[in-house]
Design a protein. Structure first.
Length: 447
């Protein structure tokens, strides 16, 4: 998927206090050399893979359905993040998990570059997701367990900023090389990541380590809402939704949180159906080359970064429901317009399509900030479990959406994917527009 979250295909973001910004003062105090390895991780998973995986499949005789199932396998691999969390906590060897994730990533990209065929594509995609889940899971642990709590906000903000820079650069560079060469280069990028990652990574068992069991997940959830929203995709990994939380699912369905969950599931389903095919769809419908589509995605993502702060202010002043529903509506309209331009083969439709996609991508900060504000405030049980369920539903929906989008493209053409996604987004809008945040409910009761 295109990097909505600037990290992994299903990690939403949290709001921040109005006026907060990415820290810039005393940067050397908060930045560690291994953050560069995390930037490389973003470049590979949310940059190169987004552009080149669909292209290498379709250019070697694959179908849109096979693209969708391969992307679903990548998402499936990321769902093993709780396993990596358990493994690292069980053996207290975070460095091995962090490095092992990059080795798996390297194997996945090398397999894409060297071997072609459905079996190889799906195995390679799974390895990329599996490896990304490993490195992502322990990255935040290096901050939480080895630095004082009062430094978490600054350090995690910078960690995620490095990841965002990697995503932007990786996306921009992906289209400049031939797919097979680009994937081969990506496989070798694991080497500098391992070298740089080993420079300054704290060693478990040292004097600076703070035991994770002493950290309350509620503290982390509250912190994630107060710091820069880009940092939250790291924070949310500290509570992965697991079997013990399943008993809480039934009682959420009849609550406002259940309505939000339904809307977010539909939203993730729709976005994944379009995003998983993005470079192939733009080339097929508008003859936009891979070089230009990768630069478009990179530029749109870069230009959206300053809007996280603005989205936090909008959410505080206008309420998360209005901000979220308007963002979902904008994406629905943008995809409907892109679908109609492709379906009717409008002359010179490439420029309007590029502008519409820029709007589609640029509205993400508004959606991510407001959605996570609502998810935390409407949670009928613990915030950690609620955010775990929220993210798990998005992950499952993203995999289903990728498969559905590919099947639609093969049967009815690529323009049908955009149109169907727009309809599903409209349904998501109906689920979210009727919600009321707790503060709005109190106001209504007091009148």
């Amino acid at each position: 998927m295109p990097p909505d979250h600037l990290a992994n295909s299903s990690a939403p973001l949290h709001p921040q206090e109005p006026g907060a910004v990415i820290p810039t003062r005393q940067a050397r105090r908060w930045i560690e050399p291994w953050y560069i390895a995390y930037a490389i991780l973003g470049a590979l998973v949310s940059g190169v893979a987004v552009i080149l995986v669909p292209i290498i499949i379709v250019d070697n005789g694959g179908t849109a359905t096979q693209i969708g199932t391969a992307i679903a396998m990548q998402n499936f691999g990321m769902l093993f993040a709780p396993f990596w969390g358990w493994l690292s906590d069980r053996f207290k060897d975070y460095r091995a998990v962090f490095f092992g994730g990059f080795i798996l990533l390297s194997a996945g990209f090398a397999l894409f570059a060297l071997v072609q065929g459905p079996l190889a594509w799906h195995l390679a995609a799974f390895l990329i997701g599996f490896g990304a889940g490993a490195s992502n899971t322990v990255a935040g642990l290096f901050v939480v367990e080895f630095t004082p709590q009062e430094e978490w906000s600054q350090r995690i903000s910078w960690l995620q900023t490095f990841n965002a820079i990697g995503v932007i650069l990786g996306t921009a560079c992906a289209g400049q090389l031939r797919p097979r060469l680009g994937l081969a280069v990506s496989a070798f990028l694991a080497i500098p990541a391992l070298v740089i990652g080993g420079w300054g990574l704290p060693v478990p068992g040292g004097k600076t380590q703070r035991r994770l069991k002493s950290v309350h997940f509620g503290q982390i959830a509250n912190l994630a809402q107060q710091i820069d929203p880009m940092a939250s995709s790291v924070m949310e990994r500290f509570h992965q939704f697991g079997p013990k939380d399943m008993k809480a699912v039934a009682r959420t369905l009849a609550t406002p949180f259940g309505a939000l969950l339904s809307g977010w599931f539909l939203f993730s389903l729709a976005v994944a159906s379009f995003s998983s095919l993005y470079p192939v769809l733009m080339r097929s419908e508008f003859h936009l080359g891979i070089r230009h589509s990768s630069l478009l995605l990179s530029a749109a993502t870069a230009l959206s970064l300053p809007f996280y702060n603005l989205a936090g202010r909008w959410t505080a002043s206008h309420g998360p429901v209005r901000v979220l529903s308007s963002g979902v509506a904008v994406r629905s309209v943008a995809l409907a317009a892109i679908g109609l331009l492709g379906y009717f083969r409008v002359p010179f439709g490439v420029m309007p399509a590029m502008l519409l996609f820029a709007v589609f991508q640029g509205i993400w900060p508004q959606i991510s900030v407001a959605s996570n504000n609502l998810a935390a405030s409407l949670a009928p049980f613990g915030k950690g479990a609620a955010m775990g369920l929220f993210n798990a539903s998005a992950a499952v929906a993203s995999g289903m959406g990728a498969i559905a989008g590919g099947a639609m493209a093969d049967r009815f053409g690529y323009s049908s994917v955009s149109l169907l996604a727009a309809v599903v987004l409209a349904a998501a809008f109906l689920c979210t527009a009727r919600l009321k945040a707790p503060c709005e409910q109190k106001t209504a009761q007091g009148q």
